[in-house]
Design a protein around this ligand. Structure first.
Ligand code: GDP
Ligand code: IMO
Ligand code: MG
Length: 423
């Protein structure tokens, strides 16, 4: 197997970082293709926690080449801080970390605009406040600053000036907030350009070359399919293509198809920010899962909303990304619960619906539950109890794809690969 992808199958925070880190051991490249530092991917190694935001989660493996593809939006100040933060954990140099010259830059204006809209705008999305949406807006409207523009002052001035007058009117007259002048922003960004220049390259050609050499490439998704700007629960989504299609636009798989597309799903469901959530639990059980699962955002620290596993949503995710297998995480959090349920379908306007197609208003979806036998696994050894096997079988049968990996704790060691996956 030469090309594989790890994609969040829910609303993000499914444990992609942990699974990527583990599979990176057996891969040559790990490539991020969308999103930015709105992501927070957590890895635990020997009791030490690392949270990665824009740097790929294979970076703790020295043999692995980390690539930030052109579909990513990059905030250079944060990128440099992240590099600095991980230097005690791993050696990162321009030899093992590459940044696309055509990735889009997140500027000060993007961050200010994101915050202003969330606090003063007509509709709150509950964004991470990192400037992601406004940066992608500038990309599609063809006036963004690209990473390569940070390396040449004249180009940077020209690119920043594009759209500046419009932004000035918005900030001054609508939001009434101060913002940096072009000169200040040029100086700031250019100084970062000097610091990142050795990492910058044409990552498309690099991936193309590595694939033709027979290297194994792992594409690491950020967020989750249900946050995809096209497939997700719009408008409560992020601004990038989080589904597998984002790999083709955001990094490239030159001339090939993805052989394995692993959808990472929590054994329950969580969501941060606004938007519909049919199986959300508002009772003590929801609070228990939130507390036991330590469900706080890895980037913003916000409490994550919690609910039962939702099969109609996962069925939709399987279709959107042609998932070939599932990695099921956080089973330990459900162990020893007094009751255990899985939503197998919804009732919508008196009809039973088993897939969360976009035509369905999820705010109106009433979940239909199957009561599962609670499991009490301690996860010592690789053998699952019959009750846990039944939980996973129900999911596999409903989705028509296998659970090839399951996790029962945050550490690298707390994982089971079934059927010799990637052995
Ligand atoms: P990502 O954004 O998909 O990489 O996920 P996050 O890092 O935002 O959130 C997942 C959280 O669950 C992190 O704190 C992980 O350390 C933790 N985690 C991952 N897998 C497991 C697991 O199987 N059990 C438990 N208890 N924690 C896990
Ligand atoms: P990882 O990669 C969970 C959510 C935000 C908000 C919406 C839009 O760690 O799984 P944005 O700042 O992207 O414009 O916010 O998307 N969101 C995430 N939720 N995990 C993430 O990333 C997320 N990145 C963005 O909470 O609802
Ligand atoms: Mg996360």
């Amino acid at each position: 197997m030469q090309t594989l992808a790890i994609i969040g199958a829910q609303w993000g925070d499914e444990g992609k970082g942990k699974i990527t880190d583990l599979l990176a051991e057996k891969c040559d490249l790990v490539v991020r293709y969308q999103g930015g530092h709105n992501a927070g991917h957590t890895i635990w190694v020997n009791g030490q926690k690392t949270v990665l935001h824009v740097i790929p989660s294979g970076v703790l493996h020295p043999h692995c080449l980390s690539v930030i593809g052109h579909g990513v939006v990059l905030e250079p100040e944060n990128f440099l801080k992240e590099l600095d933060k991980i230097k005690n954990m791993t050696k990162v140099t321009p030899d093992n970390l590459k940044l696309s010259s055509t990735a889009t830059v997140i500027t000060s204006y993007h961050k200010l605009l994101d915050a202003a809209r969330e606090t003063q705008g007509p509709e709150k999305i509950g964004t991470t406040g990192k400037g992601i949406g406004p940066a992608y807006e500038d990309k599609v409207s063809r006036r963004a600053v690209k990473v390569k523009d940070l390396l040449d002052k004249d180009t940077l001035v020209r690119r920043l000036a594009n759209g500046y007058a419009e932004k000035a009117i918005l900030f001054k007259n609508l939001y009434q907030i101060d913002f940096p002048t072009i000169e200040e922003e040029v100086e700031r960004l250019y100084s970062y350009g000097l610091q990142i220049k050795d990492y910058v390259t044409d990552t498309f050609s690099l991936i193309d070359q590595k694939l033709s050499e027979g290297k194994r490439v792992l594409y690491e998704g950020a967020q989750g399919i249900l946050l995809d700007v096209d497939y997700g629960t719009y408008p409560y989504v992020t601004s990038s293509s989080t589904a597998a299609s984002g790999i083709y636009t955001g990094a490239g798989v030159p001339g090939r198809k993805l052989e394995e597309v692993i959808g990472v799903a929590k054994a329950y469901t969580t969501r941060v920010g606004e938007g519909p959530f049919p199986t959300e639990l508002f009772d003590d059980l929801g609070t228990h899962i939130q507390t036991k699962g330590n469900e706080f955002g890895a980037t913003t620290g916000r409490k994550r909303r919690c609910g039962w596993l939702d099969i109609p949503l996962l069925r939709y995710s399987v279709k959107c990304s042609q998932l070939t297998s599932i990695a099921l995480t956080k089973l330990d959090i459900l162990s020893d619960l007094p009751t255990l349920k899985i939503c197998y379908a919804y009732e919508v306007n008196g009809k039973t619906v088993d897939c969360a197609y976009p035509g369905i208003n999820l705010f109106d979806a009433k979940p239909l539950y199957k009561e599962m036998k609670p499991f009490k696994d301690t996860f010592e050894g690789d053998k699952a109890s019959p009750e846990l096997e039944a939980y996973m079988s129900f999911l596999q049968d409903a989705l028509g794809i296998p659970v090839k990996i399951y996790a029962y704790g945050p550490d690298r060691s707390q994982i089971v690969f079934r059927d010799n996956f990637l052995k």
